[in-house]
Design a protein around this ligand. Sequence first.
Ligand SMILES: O=C(O)CCC(=O)C(=O)O
Length: 211
Amino acid sequence: MSPATTIAPGAILLHRYLSLDTQRALAEQCRILMDGAVPAYVPVVRGGGKMHVRMLCLGRHWNGKSYTYESTRTDFDGLPVPALPDNLRALASECASAAGMTLAADLCILNHYDAGGRMGLHQDKDESEKSIAAGLPVVSVSIGDTARFLFGGLRRRDPVMALTLDSGDAFVFGGPARLRFHGVSRTVPETAPRELGLSGRFNLTLRQYDV
Ligand SMILES: O=C(O)CCC(=O)C(=O)O
């Protein structure tokens, strides 16, 4: 049983929650999904900037131009979003439960960070109003290289703490932490467990759009 550390009210870190075998299977599944018939891509967001990750949404597609969810990728290639695999839905609910919360995930944003990968401070607030009002958590699962994860407050200017997210970690933030700003300032190349045969870092954020 991996220890659950409360980082802030509603924000729980499950350090090394996933076994190496599970990490290996997930890394392989992520690779296959990202290079599949509906491949990952680098989103261009509203202001015209390119994100610094490759992204693939499952279950619902997050449109980086409109900041809304949709069933086809109208901001990119018009392809239908792939289904959310059952094992990822189950993983989300297991992690949420280990953190004392409940989640019936219906979507996942899967990102791959290469050596220069990062993500600016933002809130996850594009899920339904009901889901956010209920404080349903986001479950974030990390596989591969270690990341320097930034976790701030409810306002952009609030102080930010830096956490280390290692391969196999699950970070769950819901309830009063659901709308806290967060981001990734950098990844640490070559830190992924060798057994994964993985270059870079996968991060899966599992969310529940609807209540
Ligand atoms: O990669 C991470 O740890 C965070 C990802 C994230 O913030 C997001 O997908 O919204």
